[in-house]
Ligand binder design. Structure first.
Ligand code: CP3
Length: 352
């Protein structure tokens, strides 16, 4: 039997009225779940999870079995794309991803191929199709990619960074090299997200984790402009339904009005930005997604409930809010606290 279709997420992203606020959580599939750790151990590595559709589908569905979440998000990683462009990405547990031969010059950038997703990223596309089949309409599936800027930070720095001095140095000293890289990533990201949409993703999100380390000028030029170009290239309707786009710049609260003009349907915001004030700034142009501090999940259930209530009040009445954290769930969070969060959103946001 087909279960009742829950499209609250898609409606809220399009600022249509919903009977309650939909909720999903960044990194809802991940190490805080013992069943994720078990599947990862069986798969042998994080990389094997991402490149084996059965495993990717399994871990995507795990949090939905535990919690009444309103969306699934494809289990993959933003660094699958640079890998498909020929870079060797290693996910060492504990210290984050490493890229052994980073991109440093315009010639390096010019050598990067723009991959055909159904060829070089086939396991991801197969995972999208499999997850849609398994979900059977229960909740929508979100596809995603990193923003060109954020993916470029890993490709240039060779991993994560504290100062981002290599890529920022490139922005100031060798802008043509950075622009060549961002141009390739923009084209690759359009193809990648459109392929996810064709395979069944019902909404897509751009993760701009590192846009917030830039000056306003460089943010507009190197983070927001490529995202705007990606969004302009996306297929926005599939099977007669609009495919909403979410743009999330972590630490990007100072530039919400610019983001609202990007063509995105919704903006992700983190906990450093006040939800109510953000809403005043963007008005009716976009929906908002966020924004509880992931560390709030260390609090006892009663506190979590109070914080959910505060966030819902801050957004206020009316459509256009998707409840989420301001960034991913941390690996040492107690799953019972996630249950308390989801239950609180369901209860406290319901209106007759
Ligand atoms: O949200 C979800 O549940 C979907 C899955 C997802 C992952 N990564 C799985 C993952 C998504 C949407 C991402 C995006 C991603 N990956 C981003 C943007 C969002 C963010 O978190 O800022 C970034 C910057 C990456 C790059 C990346 N991948 C880093 C920095 C790390 C190491 C950090 C860490 O948590 O260990 C990864 C690995 C990674 N991606 C894990 C997961 C579940 C942990 C892998 C493991 O050890 O099992």
């Amino acid at each position: 039997m087909t279960e009742a279709r829950n499209d609250l997420l898609l409606r809220a992203l399009l600022r249509e009225p919903t009977p309650r606020t939909p909720v999903w959580l960044m990194r809802q599939a991940g190490r805080y779940l013992p069943e994720y750790r078990a599947t990862r151990a069986r798969a042998g590595s994080f990389h094997a999870l991402c490149t084996t559709p059965d495993y990717a589908c399994e871990v995507t569905l795990q949090p939905l079995r535990r919690f009444p979440l309103d969306a699934a998000i494809l289990f993959s990683d933003i660094l699958m794309l640079p890998q498909a462009m020929g870079l060797k990405v290693e996910f060492e547990s504990g210290e984050g991803p490493r890229i052994a031969q980073p991109v440093r010059t315009a010639a390096d950038a010019a050598r990067l191929p723009v991959p055909d997703p159904e060829a070089e990223l086939r396991p991801v596309m197969d995972a999208v199709r499999l997850i849609r089949r398994e979900l059977n309409g229960r909740v929508p599936l979100i596809g995603f990619a990193g923003s060109p800027w954020t993916v470029a930070t890993y490709m240039v720095e060779g991993g994560t960074s504290k100062s981002f001095s290599v890529i920022k140095g490139m922005a100031y000293a060798e802008p043509a090299a950075l622009e060549a890289l961002l141009d390739r990533l923009t084209r690759a990201t359009v193809l990648y997200l459109n392929a996810q949409i064709a395979a069944g993703a019902q909404a897509v999100m751009l993760f701009d984790t590192w846009g917030g380390i830039l000056s306003p000028d460089l943010y507009r030029r190197y983070s927001l402009a490529p995202m705007t170009a990606v969004i302009a290239g996306l297929v926005r309707e599939r099977d007669g339904e609009r495919v909403p786009v979410i743009l999330f710049t972590k630490n990007g609260g100072a530039w919400l009005e610019d983001q609202a003009a990007s063509g995105a349907d919704a903006l992700g915001i983190d906990w450093t930005t006040d939800l109510g004030r953000a809403r005043t700034q963007v008005g009716a142009r976009v929906a908002l997604q966020g924004n509880l501090d992931p560390c709030a999940l260390y609090a006892p259930a009663a506190t979590i409930r109070m914080l959910v209530e505060r966030a819902l009040k801050s957004y206020g009445a009316g459509p256009g809010h998707v409840f989420n954290l301001g960034h991913g769930i941390l690996p040492d969070v107690n799953p019972d606290h996630v249950a308390a969060l989801v239950a609180a959103v369901h209860e406290l946001s319901a209106h007759a």
